[in-house]
Design a protein around this ligand. Structure first.
Ligand SMILES: Cc1cc2nc3c(=O)[nH]c(=O)nc-3n(C[C@H](O)[C@H](O)[C@H](O)COP(=O)(O)O)c2cc1C
Length: 217
């Protein structure tokens, strides 16, 4: 009986967290205490990882860069330069293969914007967290699980969280990796911004299970 009550309590709490998880991109100026950030990192460490049949140990590392960090200016400049290089490369590819234009237009616009104005959020969010995981066949999926765990934990703690996906492209950038003491070429990256939310996101309608599910008996 008590087990059932506990199960219901956990289940209700989990549902609430899953429903409350949103992308929060605007934060209050004050930074959450380090201890909460460490709890988020702990949640990331609990996420599944691509162990390749138990042959590969977990090598997942975290770099927390507060908005006031002494390296933030350098980091922003390295990311801006990277975006310019990526923009030029993509523009050349589109010249050769115009069919790409439609597909890549969002990315092209975004890279151009970052090249001109710098990467948004890095240096304005209270914390920028970079997650590095040793490369393996499924490392990107592994990182996504880690980010989701961190996101849910941040939500449970009443913190706002959003992904900063451009971080992934920085894995190939030696200056970026050196600045963060990540061995260049050996790790895949993902990133996020964290802080106290400054507003509540507009509620969204999610699809109904019955409308998107087919049972194949
Ligand atoms: C693979 C992936 C990459 C994303 N990259 C970013 C990003 O770089 N910056 C950002 O603010 N949100 C990013 N998002 C968040 C989505 O925009 C967001 O989850 C979606 O619009 C639904 O909104 P919600 O998170 O509030 O439910 C990403 C989401 C996914 C799944």
């Amino acid at each position: 009986m008590s087990m059932d009550l506990k199960t219901k309590e956990y289940n209700d709490a989990l549902d609430q967290i899953l429903r409350a998880r949103r992308s929060i991109r605007q934060f209050k100026p004050e930074a959450p205490p380090r201890q909460l950030i460490e709890e988020i990192i702990q949640a990331g460490l609990l996420a599944p990882y691509a162990s390749e049949g138990g042959t590969v140990p977990l090598d997942r590392q975290f770099r927390v860069i507060p908005r006031e960090s002494r390296i933030i200016g350098n980091l922003r400049e390295i990311m801006r330069r990277r975006a310019i290089t990526a923009y030029e490369g993509l523009s050349k590819q589109i010249e050769k293969n115009p069919a790409l234009q439609q597909q890549a237009q969002f990315l092209v616009k975004r890279l151009k914007m970052i090249g001109e104005h710098g990467v948004p959020w890095v240096g304005t969010d209270p914390y920028y967290i970079v997650v590095a995981e040793r490369k393996s066949m499924s490392v990107d999926k592994s990182l996504s699980h880690c980010m989701e765990n961190m996101w849910l934990k941040a939500t449970a703690l009443g913190l706002g969280f959003h992904l900063i996906t451009i971080t992934g492209t920085m894995a190939e950038d030696k200056d970026f990796c050196d600045l963060l003491s990540i061995t260049h070429g050996q790790y895949a990256l993902d990133g996020c911004g964290v802080g106290y939310p400054s507003s509540t996101p507009t509620p969204v309608e999610h699809p109904q299970v019955a409308n998107v599910t087919r049972w194949i008996d």
